[in-house]
Design a protein around this ligand. Structure first.
Ligand code: 6CS
Length: 343
């Protein structure tokens, strides 16, 4: 552990004071979500661990949704230029790192959510050259991935088949791959900012929504939708990213501390999301009369079939490096015997 350099001085008032450590530093951690979210729960735990392990030399400052600007690109820009050291980047990150849209592919990740977390945080995938270079070329470094639970559809109508989705103005995050996916299902996807989504759903500008359960509750979206449909087509996965210069400037000891903390956070992150999603579903059922539908295997298979060609769309969008990352991911899923969703 780094030695703390505590300077004791005498203030103008003659009192003995303790100035901050010469090594004291603050890491700003930008979140795409508000308090009460999975990202916030994860970041609180990360903060606690880093501050303890560094004996207080490092303070982690949490910056929830909205505190860093009005659009997600403001958050990603801030991480790229180093004014924020680290943060989450999910569906909207596709404009900055096209390869990151890999996380949005439907029917690819293992059914087992903990297995998904382990594979995405494994050296074989996370430290692979194509995945690292995709971010490093853009002054970022991928530090890990946080699966936040299954993406659950909501609408004001029942959805069991692709026919039910025809022309539905379902809101997707700003990501070409998601637009292609939902077009393949027959929907008419539209993009709306997270913070404007509640009123867009309320006023009918958006007819459907896709979020993990905790977010439907946390943002109140369920209040303005009649049906909640579990198709298990994909998990919401956020990439944890750092500023490249900040990361390279860490001491060996700090980098090890970050590494060991992130390793521990794989299980903890899974526990947080499992707990949040299960508790919030109970709250939604308690507070509303929303109709909850679980698609059966036969119903899911139809969506799965339509999603298949979108893997090639990803490769077309993300290029050779994207293809290599997809291949590594599929190989690791195979090796773990985890099985792709729906297979
Ligand atoms: O749908 C969105 O835009 C946001 N939803 C969640 C659960 N996290 C961040 C993301 O950008």
């Amino acid at each position: 552990m780094q030695m703390r350099n505590i300077v004791i001085g005498v203030t103008a008032l003659g009192m003995v004071g303790v100035a901050s450590s010469a090594f004291a530093e603050t890491w700003r951690f930008g979140l795409e979500e508000t308090e009460g979210s999975v990202q916030y729960g994860y970041a609180e735990e990360f903060k606690k661990m880093i501050e303890e392990k560094s004996n207080g030399d490092i303070t982690v400052q949490l910056l929830p949704y909205g505190s860093w600007g009005s659009s997600y690109s403001a958050l990603y820009d801030a991480i790229q230029n180093g004014s924020i050291q680290m943060g989450f980047g999910s569906g909207f990150l596709g404009g900055t790192v096209p390869e990151s849209q890999l996380m949005s592919l439907n029917f690819v990740m293992p059914n087992d959510q903990l297995e998904t977390a382990k594979i995405l945080n494994s050296d074989a995938f996370l430290q692979s050259d194509p995945w690292q270079q995709a971010y490093r070329e853009r002054d970022l470094v991928p530090l890990g991935a946080l699966p936040e639970g299954y993406q659950v559809w909501t609408a004001n109508q029942e959805i069991r088949t692709p026919e039910d989705m025809q022309g539905l103005q379902i809101r997707v995050m700003d990501n070409s791959l998601l637009r292609s996916t939902y077009q393949a299902y027959g929907a008419a996807p539209i993009t709306i900012a997270y913070g404007e989504l509640y009123s867009a759903l309320q006023q009918g500008q958006a007819e459907g929504n896709i979020q993990p359960v905790f977010a439907h509750e946390n943002m109140g979206f369920y209040e303005v939708q009649d049906y909640m449909i579990f198709a298990d087509q994909s998990q919401f996965i956020a990439n944890l990213i750092g500023n490249l210069d900040w990361y390279e400037g860490l001491s060996d000891e700090q980098r090890q501390m970050v590494g060991s903390t992130l390793d521990e956070m794989v299980q903890k992150g899974h526990d947080i999301q499992t707990q949040f999603n299960s508790e919030r579903l109970d709250i939604i059922k308690e507070k509303s009369d929303i109709n909850v539908i679980y698609l059966n295997d036969e119903e899911r298979a139809k969506f799965r079939e339509l999603a298949k060609p979108v893997r090639q769309t990803y490769v077309d969008m993300a290029g050779e490096r994207g293809k290599q990352s997809l291949d590594i991911l599929l190989e690791e899923i195979d090796k773990a015997g985890a099985g792709n969703q729906g297979s």
